[in-house]
Design a protein around this ligand. Structure first.
Ligand SMILES: *[C@@H]1O[C@H](CO)[C@@H](O)[C@H](O)[C@H]1NC(C)=O
Ligand SMILES: *[C@@H]1O[C@H](CO)[C@@H](O)[C@H](O)[C@H]1NC(C)=O
Length: 417
């Protein structure tokens, strides 16, 4: 019986050579034996992820018709390389920034300029790591794990310690008189390496909450986390008194920025793949549970509190209808991203053209302000917004400058409360 079916099938295929050719080509694409597609040689297994419906989110999202982010200026052009996170110390000095070449630098004013404040790796060398403007390109990828890639930065205002989440070296600290090489605090949890530390915040009691973005892909491969929808990210806590690290949440889809609330009763974290902000309770009856705070029109990165206790979120905008189709059909991603074309063409064809949006939320997740740069003139791939002394300081993981926007700017938004 089985044999007969095969005979019939062979017969059909031989009589229809185009069908045969089509099947051969499709199988070649799916199996990608020569590993020429963007996912070639990887264990690429797309899954569905938990994202809010496109129409529901996009229809209710307020627009900034004045494109007010376009009023900003680009500072320190080609002097800083991919300054993902920006920080100021207890004396108001700064900004400090973690760079793509592995250094943490600080701005010391016009006369001195930028100076190296810390390194995350003993193995850092000027020759291999300091590639200047090239460090935000693929030329850095090979040496990135050796040189380090500091992402989240936070000063502990009580003692002047600078805590660093580095994509390859976990959680580290530089004490005020601690020398230039940062001290590793957490490189493993439960015996497994922390593959992709991303951002952190410090509780008043000294504990440090930080994200480990994926247990499957590292920073250079971060685009595959989005494409695959895989959810192996975690929220972790490091306790200085016991020098121990704990897993608080697992199964997160690209957990990224972390920010404690003003009263420390909860923290917010962004889940980049799912385009949303989540809340994690630290006190009260809901302790240890999570809740949705806001669905976003694009892919969020870091989240930072201002003096009022409201939250700035940097968002790479926007979600598209094409993405919606991909999200709900993992098999389609499986085939599409195995096409033998460079990723940038595939991404562009899928409608992923990015511009910048930053948004201010209150504790309940209500939108207080939205600033856009729809033409992508001022900044692309924003990673963090810090509101300090009447200005927004905006970091970027992929470009060589810091954007500065005076704030508050006059608002034209009509936000319904
Ligand atoms: C430095 O390099 C050595 C040898 O390759 C390696 O064992 C060690 O883990 C590296 N240290 C850091 C901080 O990357
Ligand atoms: C700090 O507070 C958090 C939240 O209540 C708690 O989980 C953590 O264990 C505390 N850390 C220390 C060192 O007491």
């Amino acid at each position: 019986m089985e044999n007969r079916i095969f005979q019939i099938r062979d017969g059909i295929l031989l009589q229809h050579p185009f069908l045969l050719l089509f099947i051969v080509i499709l199988s070649l694409i799916i199996m990608d034996p020569f590993q020429i597609s963007p996912v070639g040689g990887r264990d690429f297994r797309p899954v569905k992820n938990d994202i809010a419906p496109y129409d529901k989110v996009m229809e209710s999202w307020p627009r900034d018709e004045l494109n007010r982010l376009g009023k900003g200026s680009l500072e320190f052009k080609d002097e800083v390389f991919g300054p993902e996170s920006l920080e100021f110390d207890t004396f108001g000095r700064g900004p400090y920034a973690g760079l793509a070449d592995g250094r943490i630098v600080r701005w010391m004013g016009e006369d001195v300029g930028w100076e190296t404040y810390a390194l995350v790796s003993r193995n850092w060398s000027e020759k291999q790591c300091a590639k200047g403007v090239d460090s935000t390109t693929s030329k850095q990828w090979e040496s990135e794990s050796k040189c380090g890639r500091p992402l989240g930065l936070r000063f502990d205002k009580r003692n002047g310690n600078l805590y660093i989440a580095d994509s390859y070296h976990g959680l580290l600290v530089v004490e005020p008189q601690g020398g230039i090489i940062a001290k590793p605090l957490a490189t493993h949890v439960d015996g497994n390496p922390i593959l992709f530390a991303n951002d952190l915040d410090i509780h008043n009691n000294g504990s440090i909450f930080f994200t480990d973005t994926s247990q499957k892909y590292n920073r250079v491969e971060h685009f595959f986390i989005l494409l695959e929808g895989e959810a192996s990210g975690r929220l972790l806590r490091y306790d200085p008194p016991t020098e121990t690290t704990h897993v608080l949440l697992e199964g997160l889809a690209f957990p990224n920025g972390v920010q404690l609330s003003k009263d420390q009763s909860f923290l917010l974290f962004t889940e980049t793949t799912n385009c949303r902000i989540m809340k994690y309770y630290l006190e009260g009856p809901k302790t240890g549970t999570t809740e949705l705070v806001a669905n976003l029109p694009g892919f969020p990165d870091n989240i930072r509190i201002n003096e009022n206790g409201d939250f700035w979120v940097a968002i790479d905008c926007c979600r598209t209808r094409a993405q919606e189709v991909f999200v709900h059909n993992p098999w389609l991603r499986s085939v599409y991203f195995r096409l033998p074309l460079p990723m940038r063409y595939l991404a562009r064809l899928a409608g992923m053209k990015m511009y910048t949006l930053v948004s201010l939320f209150n504790e309940k997740g209500e939108i207080l302000d939205v600033l856009e740069d729809r033409k992508g003139e001022v900044m692309k791939l924003v990673s963090e917004v810090r509101e300090v002394n009447g200005k927004l300081w905006i970091g970027t993981v992929a470009h060589n400058h810091i954007a500065v926007v005076p704030y508050p700017l006059q608002s034209n938004l009509n936000i319904e409360k």
